[in-house]
Ligand binder design. Structure first.
Ligand code: PGA
Ligand code: ZN
Length: 418
């Protein structure tokens, strides 16, 4: 089969799920097969992430793309390294600040999207030609606060559901939808004025504090008839960098009106992991505190103690974390890294070190579903992509379609929190 060569490409500005402008790229290979990808964007952004747009202006990213567009013609679209090398020739900054991480994201993914069509294979198989393949467990945001929701909601960004007892994708999705729906009833039972408001990722945004958030999530699990930690596990994305006060050296839970120093934060995170048998705890300490992250990782072997802002999908940061013994889990967000090749290097480094990968959406998303394929191709244990909202369900439904190839042998191996 001739290699799938890029014969034309173009980009445009479109809007993401938050109504903000972003970049979408179209790539055609062999004059016939079209691929398309749209860059997502975060609200709680790690300090060392790729910069989405030059000077934070989507228009500048589009102009940079148009200026350099022709340099990508003729590339083998199936070769993620070729796209990376071409991008690096245009932009040699560490964080893609010249061309924008959004361009790196959209171009590199549109290229493999088109290549997969040209080769007549699903994207996950193009990225990882040989199995075994496994489905990630859907990790869904059910109750949100922090940077994704307004005043009155918890300081903690996300309480998440992970249906660890599910035997297949359909069952896993049904369990998360059921829990999300049950949680609304529990919130209504304690707050008759609840408006059904939801945050950026489709999670309920109730007027509760951090402790109540966990209590009502646990109640909803029980109401559904699930055993916590066995059928359905809970997880938390603390996103704690967003309320870490560097100057005062405290975690400022301003909405709840309390502060915790580092020792108290570790104690709090340990307690939640133990009491709620959490399968998952993301960024429980701020992005620079590798020592505390190591202490939490050591103390909680049944929980994926996961770095998001801490690792920013960067292979070098994984090496640093491994040096400390920090992190048993790692969030993979392609747009934190820039191009798909950068993210795949990160995945390789995680796998080499026994760190479990959780491929993730961003709070500002498109209706694309490439990350479902990237999760399978990287052997991710979980796919973090919310529960409700068209842009979230798009990724979940793609998992169902992917099951039709008959190539994916069941759910990932995941040790439930026991
Ligand atoms: P973000 O949130 O996309 O707003 O960064 C998701 C996360 O922190 O995991
Ligand atoms: Zn996060």
């Amino acid at each position: 089969m001739p290699s799938p060569r890029i014969t034309s490409l173009g980009a445009r500005l479109v809007f993401n799920s938050r109504g903000s402008k972003t970049i979408e790229v179209d790539v055609t290979v062999n004059k016939k097969f079209a691929g398309r990808a749209c860059a997502p964007s975060g609200a709680s952004v790690g300090k060392l992430e790729a910069q989405s747009f030059p000077d934070n202006k989507p228009e500048k990213a589009l102009a940079a793309f148009n200026e350099n567009r022709k340099k990508f013609l003729g590339l083998d679209a199936s070769d993620t390294k070729a796209a990376y090398d071409a991008l690096r020739k245009v932009d040699d900054t560490e964080n893609y600040s010249k061309i924008g991480g959004s361009v790196a994201y959209a171009l590199s993914i549109a290229a493999v999207d088109a290549a997969a069509r040209a080769q007549g294979v699903p994207l996950f198989k193009l990225l990882k030609p040989r199995g075994p393949y496994r489905f990630p467990f859907p990790l869904g945001n059910i109750l949100g606060g922090g940077a994704h929701a307004g005043p009155g909601t918890p300081d903690i960004q996300e309480v998440l559901a992970c249906p660890v007892g599910a035997r297949n994708v359909m069952e896993a999705l049904e369990m998360n939808f059921k829990l999300h729906s049950e949680l609304r009833k529990v919130i209504e039972s304690i707050d008759s004025r609840f408006t059904y408001g939801r945050g950026d990722e489709g999670a309920w945004a109730p007027n509760v504090n951090n402790d109540q958030a966990l209590e009502i999530a646990e109640k909803a699990v029980k109401n559904c008839g699930y055993t916590l930690g066995r059928d359905m596990a809970l997880g938390i994305d603390f996103a704690s960098s967003s309320f870490w006060d560097e100057e005062k050296q405290v975690y400022d839970y301003a909405r709840q009106g309390l502060k915790r120093d580092t020792g108290e934060q570790i104690e709090f995170a340990n307690r939640l992991m133990r009491d709620y048998r959490l399968a998952y705890a993301e960024d429980p300490v701020h992005e620079g505190d590798f020592e505390s992250m190591a202490a939490l990782t050591k103390k909680n072997p049944a929980t994926l103690v996961t770095g998001d802002d801490m690792l920013v999908t960067n292979a070098e940061m994984v090496k640093k974390a491994v040096g400390y013994g920090a992190c048993s889990g790692a969030i993979l967000k392609v747009n934190q890294a820039g191009s798909l090749h950068d993210a795949l290097l990160f995945a390789k480094e995680c796998t080499r070190n026994g760190i479990k990968i959780i491929t993730s959406h961003r709070s500002g998303e498109s209706s694309d579903s490439h990350i479902s394929h990237i999760a399978v191709a990287t052997g991710s244990k979980m796919l973090k992509t919310g529960v409700l909202g068209g842009e979230r369900v798009a990724k979940l439904n793609e998992l169902l379609r992917m099951s039709e190839y008959g190539l994916i042998a069941g759910m990932a191996e995941l040790t439930p929190a026991t």
